[in-house]
Design a protein around this ligand. Structure first.
Ligand code: TSJ
Length: 642
């Protein structure tokens, strides 16, 4: 971009003052740059800053990054790198560090057409100016060449020039910022959300120490993460966290390079029937996969079939193992780093570079085959697993056909506990899947029976991690869900048969409730993935608190909101905490959780579902329904829209 584009000349009584107006577009359309102004966007600010320190680590100059959530939800990121250069940048005539924070760099990650976004290797400072524009204030301190420098900003505009503030014994960069309340709907950072993402960064960048500190409470909470094993440790962590038994003791690790492109794969089999492949390009997660995943999958299937025939695991009469057979019980992390990563698809969640496919595929084929040759015990264990999977696939096919024949006779009867709605057009209807009969009862009484159906769940939960498809067909808890939704499971899944376009999971706002949501999401993720991909799955959010003062009743959905509301309502407000949905009467449940006019719901993305068990904070997805206050404030406009 032409560097003068960002400079607009204003005349003030003869003297010309140059004003940088480059960051206006960010404040006008924040969503274009950070995805949203909800909780996801807010947390994204931290990642944008941290990514710069990660770049410095990748360049080999930094091995410790500290992230602190300070009181007032102020974020501070410090690294021990070289420090952002403070010398005058020749093109702009101002210090390079000032350029980093005031000039909008090419292509927002979530932007329009040409947002091919580069991470490591060269394009430095991407995102820092965006964070600056969206911060009420931001301070950068740089320690370099024995001195410390500082510059401060408000809403993207510098308060003054870069200043030398004293000597420095070390080198590094510190950025402190407060997200702008004018820009974000919520300003409270979630420790677990940051922890999960930063841990991921630590796994993806072996040897880099990342420390997260939360100073908001009485005592600081600190977690410091550094993994010498890199993505090997990542796979190990996933298995421990899910308490899965592994089929072979060692994580298999493969690394290869071509030009400036580096690919790494870590994999290990467990005794579940689940497949989990996490892929990354330049440390950015690619939930929709892409060429790196394709290369991996092709090579894996080919290794199993070629090696299996060579060693006689597969007889001449046997059919080839399928991709899903060889991925049953597999956990793999794929990480590629390259200079010009192309992210494709609507959400830029898929890697497009074709050269990556052949690199990953060739290194995985070669090295995995070699590994199997050298470790025949491991090869035997994983082949047994894959052949069992092939047999189970046959069994599932038979079970499915049986169910099909049966349902053809029974003309697809709906489950007895389903309270259906009157409307038959699926695009207008919703179903609430509710754990427990008592909450189900309130929901049935409180609902809008024109468009809302209720399905209470009861009985023992299927082990969604460990069950194969054929087990689902006979499961008394999950089959009603399958029947009510009407679109089948697994290979049979047909989204066009979906009977309700909005599918809500409604559970208590406590740990057990989160667990149920997690299990349901895992079920949908494994057996009805297009349902999530199509954006049909939501989590209903019941309030946590009720605030009453005389006739006035308000509901709060988190602690921060409760404190704020209670302060606003003043003396004499009575705050009670809801322990579960069962404590609410039908009217309250309708008013707070089910009424489309003022409920708070969270739409689930594939990424949320894939990682549902990483953290119980699955409610991080962006809230999509306006709250009542919002509608009231904007009533005029809301009505015009209809
Ligand atoms: F960009 C930023 F402001 F967001 C930011 C950058 C925030 C934080 C916390 C750290 C950093 C950062 C930048 N850490 N380290 C660096 N390094 C450089 O900018 C740097 C230093 C020296 C040289 C060189 O060629 O000598 C080059 C670069 C890019």
């Amino acid at each position: 971009m032409a560097e003068n584009e960002n400079r607009i000349e204003h005349e003030y009584g003869g003297s010309q003052i140059e004003v940088l107006e480059g960051l206006e577009p960010v404040r006008k359309r924040p969503g274009m740059y950070i995805g949203s102004t909800g909780p996801k966007g807010l947390h994204h600010l931290v990642y944008e800053i941290v990514d710069n320190s990660i770049d410095e680590a990748l360049a080999g100059y930094c091995n410790h990054i500290e992230v602190t959530i300070k009181k007032g939800d102020i974020i501070e990121v410090t690294d021990n790198g070289r420090g952002i250069p403070v010398g005058i940048q020749p093109k702009m005539g101002i210090p390079a560090v000032t350029v980093v924070f005031t000039v909008l760099h090419a292509g927002g990650k979530f932007g329009g057409e040409n947002s091919g976004y580069k991470v490591s290797g060269g394009l430095h400072g991407v995102g820092a100016s965006v964070v600056n524009a969206l911060s009420e204030w931001l301070t950068v301190r740089v320690r370099t060449d024995g001195s410390e420098y500082e510059q401060t900003f408000h809403r993207g505009k510098e308060d003054g020039p870069l200043k030398k503030i004293g000597p420095a014994q070390t080198t590094g960069t510190t950025v402190t910022f407060k997200p702008d309340p004018e820009m974000f709907e919520e300003l409270v950072f979630n420790y677990d959300t940051l922890l999960v993402r930063l841990r991921e960064e630590a796994f993806l960048n072996a040897g880099v120490r990342i420390t997260l500190t939360d100073e908001r409470g009485e005592e600081p909470v600190v977690q410091s993460m550094c993994y010498e094993g890199g993505i090997r440790s990542f796979v190990d962590h996933i298995h421990r966290r899910r308490q899965l038994e592994v089929l072979h003791p060692e994580v298999i690790y493969i690394k290869g390079q071509q030009g400036d492109m580096v690919a790494e794969v870590a994999l290990q089999y467990n005794n579940s029937y689940n497949e989990l492949i996490l892929s990354f390009a330049n440390n950015v997660n690619t939930p929709d996969g892409g060429t790196h995943e394709e290369g991996f999958k092709t090579a894996l299937t080919r290794v199993f079939n070629d090696f299996g025939r060579e060693k006689g695991y597969l007889k001449d009469k046997d059919e080839n193992l399928s991709g899903s057979d060889v991925r049953e019980g597999l956990t793999a992390v794929i990480s590629v780093k390259l200079t010009e990563a192309q992210f494709e698809g609507q959400t830029k969640a898929k890697l497009g570079n074709t050269e990556v496919r052949s690199l990953v595929s060739s290194i995985v084929y070669e090295k995995l085959k070699e590994y199997f040759e050298e470790n025949p015990g491991v090869a035997k264990a994983v082949f047994e697993k894959a052949t069992q999977a092939a047999r189970a696939r046959e069994a599932a096919k038979k079970a499915r056909e049986l169910v099909r024949r049966k349902s053809a006779l029974e003309t697809s009867r709906m489950p007895g506990k389903l309270a259906d709605c009157r409307e038959k057009d699926p695009s207008k209807t919703e179903i609430y899947i509710v754990e427990g009969d008592s909450a189900g009862g309130s929901a049935k009484m409180g609902r809008d029976s024109n468009i809302q159906a209720i399905l209470p769940l009861w009985g023992k939960m299927l082990n969604v991690e460990k069950a194969r498809l054929d087990k689902v067909y006979g499961n008394e808890k999950m089959m009603p869900v399958v029947t009510a939704l009407g679109c089948g499971i697994g290979e049979d899944f047909d989204l066009s048969k979906l009977r309700y376009h909005k599918v809500f999971i409604m559970a208590d706002a406590d740990v057990d409730g989160s667990h149920i949501c997690t299990l349901m999401l895992t079920f949908f993720f494994r057996f009805m993935r297009p349902l999530i991909e199509g954006g049909h799955v939501y989590i209903a959010q019941p309030p946590l608190f009720k605030l009453a003062k005389g006739q006035q009743v308000k509901y709060a959905y988190n602690e921060a909101e409760m404190s704020k509301m209670s302060a606003e309502m003043g003396q004499g407000v009575k705050v009670s905490r809801y322990k579960g949905l069962g404590e609410m009467n039908p009217e309250q449940l309708w008013e707070t959780t089910m009424n489309p006019e003022n409920r708070v719901i969270v739409q689930i993305s594939i990424e949320d579902a894939e990682r549902a068990d990483e953290t119980f904070t699955i409610l991080m997805g962006d809230k999509v329904e306006p709250r009542r206050e919002f509608i009231e404030q904007n009533a005029k406009y809301a009505n015009l829209d209809i």
